[in-house]
Design a protein around this ligand. Structure first.
Ligand code: ATP
Ligand code: MG
Ligand code: FE
Length: 332
């Protein structure tokens, strides 16, 4: 089954063609990062406008690259949420119009399921599993006993990890998005600043990163007041060490409590080299799946992968009326 997938929940306009939830025939991603860097973060109105301008170009490119005829496409899928509402609606309208005009079924996909199913593209995810989803807007521990079955074990009570990376990057004067740059600079520094490890309830699965973010802010503020210089590489290494300690600790707790052998690390922050290494190292005796970098950050191939399993479980939508949902739980 060949599914055309559309993703536009944030600042990437992407269209992909994916066969049977696995084989990526094409995956065109047009990132707006260069534009939003000027503002230090994603500006929703600007993001929607660029999706409008780029959507048809990306559509054409993806179909051409996949080398399929429109007849060969079995279904159309699109991210329905969570994400920026204006951005979501551009993708939803494009996908629904294309599906309607060509008489194809339409499938609504949860963006977070997409991040997890990115792990199914290059491997087969196996159950039961625990997934750590760490992205720009979410930090969640999820138990899956089977395909498309999501039990939320814990989540961040304030900032998502990716968000904390980006905000801390901004405090250090690094360009948006801070995540990849902090990751690079961390390798050049050492964990000398001894930032707090926010474990919250040590026996729970929830996270909190706003305190860690404030700790970095205070450190920079006091250093500036005293005229001391901050070693940016060391601060990156210290921040990253704290984040990785907390994420891997909670992941290990969930893996032990739920006695699973399979682990998925997903979302944009799963692109983090330090986190990838730590998780692979800490769970050497388990089966760890981490998508390649290009499938960690937002892309439509992951939506096409999740769409296939959404279709197997629930079928397609009854009609072409699909709304966007800025917040949408995985368990819904
Ligand atoms: P969500 O998926 O929660 O809706 P999003 O789609 O905006 O949010 P993603 O595209 O999944 O988020 O991930 C983007 C985030 O990942 C950004 O916050 C970015 O800084 C972070 N990120 C990307 N690469 C790295 C990296 N190497 N290290 C740490 N963070 C990273
Ligand atoms: Mg993005
Ligand atoms: Fe995302």
């Amino acid at each position: 089954m060949i599914i055309l997938a559309v993703e536009s929940s944030c600042d990437e306009t992407s269209v992909a063609l994916v066969k049977d939830g696995k084989e990526v025939l094409s995956n065109v991603v047009l990132s707006q990062i260069n534009i939003h860097t000027l503002y230090g973060g994603v500006v929703p109105e600007i993001a929607s406008r660029h999706h409008v301008e780029n959507m048809t170009i990306v559509f054409d490119e993806a179909i051409k690259e996949a080398n399929v005829t429109i007849d060969e496409i079995d279904a159309v899928s699109v991210t329905e949420g969570p994400g920026l509402i204006g951005s979501l609606l551009v993708g939803i309208n494009a996908a629904a119009a294309f599906a309607f005009a060509n008489n194809k079924p339409l499938i609504g996909v949860n963006h977070l399921a997409g991040h997890i199913y990115a792990a199914n593209i290059e491997n087969d995810i196996q159950f039961p599993l625990v997934a750590l989803l760490a992205s720009g807007g979410h930090t969640e521990l999820i138990y899956m006993k089977d395909h498309m079955s999501f039990q939320l074990l814990g989540e961040t009570l304030d900032d998502a990890v990716g968000e904390a990376y980006d905000k801390v990057g901004r405090m250090m004067g690094l360009p948006y998005p801070g995540g990849p740059i902090i990751d690079e600079r961390a390798v050049l520094g050492k964990d000398t600043y001894h930032l707090p490890r926010p474990y919250l309830d040590i026996n729970g699965y929830d996270f909190s990163f706003s305190g860690l973010k404030s700790a970095v802010n205070n450190l920079i503020y006091h250093a500036n007041r005293k005229g001391e210089t901050i070693d940016v590489n060391d601060l990156c290494a210290s921040f990253q060490a704290s984040v990785i300690d907390v994420l891997s600790f909670k992941l290990e707790k969930a893996v032990n409590d739920f006695k699973v052998d399979h682990i998925v690390l997903a979302g944009g922050v799963a692109a983090n080299r330090g986190l990838r290494n730590k998780v692979n190292e800490r769970f050497k005796d388990k089966h760890v799946l981490i998508p390649s970098l290009k499938y960690c950050t937002d892309n439509a191939a992951m939506i096409g992968a999740a769409a296939y399993f959404t279709y197997l479980k629930k079928g397609a939508l009854k009609d072409y009326r699909l709304g966007g949902h800025s917040s949408l739980d995985l368990e819904e």
